[in-house]
Write a protein that binds this ligand. Sequence first.
Ligand SMILES: NC(=O)c1ccc[n+]([C@@H]2O[C@H](COP(=O)([O-])OP(=O)(O)OC[C@H]3O[C@@H](n4cnc5c(N)ncnc54)[C@H](OP(=O)(O)O)[C@@H]3O)[C@@H](O)[C@H]2O)c1
Length: 273
Amino acid sequence: MDFAPIVHRGGENTPPATAAGSVASMRRLVTTDELTDEDLLGAYETHDRTPHPDRPWVLMNMVASLDGATAVEGTSGALGGAGDRRVFGVVRTVPDVIVVAAGTVRAEDYGPPRLGPAAMARRTARGQSPVPQLAVITRSAAIDPGSRLFGDGHRPIVITTEDAPTDAVSALATVADIERAGVGDVDLGAAMAMLARRGHLVALLEGGPSLNGQFVADGLVDELCLSVAPVLVAGASKRVAEGPAAAEGLGLALVHVLEHDDALFLRYARVTG
Ligand SMILES: NC(=O)c1ccc[n+]([C@@H]2O[C@H](COP(=O)([O-])OP(=O)(O)OC[C@H]3O[C@@H](n4cnc5c(N)ncnc54)[C@H](OP(=O)(O)O)[C@@H]3O)[C@@H](O)[C@H]2O)c1
């Protein structure tokens, strides 16, 4: 079964249309036509992702089960079907940099980002690097310099703290660019500002939940791509964003809903302008 748009607002950052003082209408969303590969790329690439004056636009991408789990037996693999894998790849064509927490790098055995020739050509035509750079957030710097992450000649950024363990940071400096922001915890606002200074205008945040929670609490999320896997798993897995509650909820407007083999692919974005 192919991708079908259930609702699509053409990538505009527009909230649901409501007349002043009225209640938004209730609609049943109906599957219609199927999307080509080109349509699917357009559904994710076409958006006004104007960066903030001091930081990149931040797009968070996660998969969750119907009952909100983000991992089964320690990884997200069991939640991601063919549709999610395809959307994961398409979303990765968008950013300049992929931000990920060290816990997820270790749990999912992260490798360097890889894209197909067509995606790399599209990025190059837009003035981007052929593949996005990875930026890993860690306090401990406990990442094996010999791990897959540093393959393919990819040199990620490791963002750590001023007081991170010296020996571990020195070992990583041979295979990564080291950046420091904050003491005790990486200051995410300062880290995002550093990425902007490096010319990264769009950041894709790939988790995990504890890092996502800090981004939400700090008001640093502009867009969410959420894959909803058609499965109930129960268990004690974390939610998409975990940690202390945000002082204010972050409202996002629905951009599109796609469907593939009963999985839903939701895209929400901050209303701009
Ligand atoms: N469903 C999905 O789409 C999805 C996506 C991603 C991950 N996951 C799953 O989520 C789980 C991992 O998530 P998690 O929430 O347990 O951990 P996580 O957020 O991936 O990683 C936590 C680690 O990140 C580093 N970190 C986070 N915030 C930091 C800060 N402000 N300053 C410095 N370092 C910081 C620390 O690394 P150090 O320990 O190195 O100091 C911390 O221990 C795995 O099971 C993974 O499979 C699911």
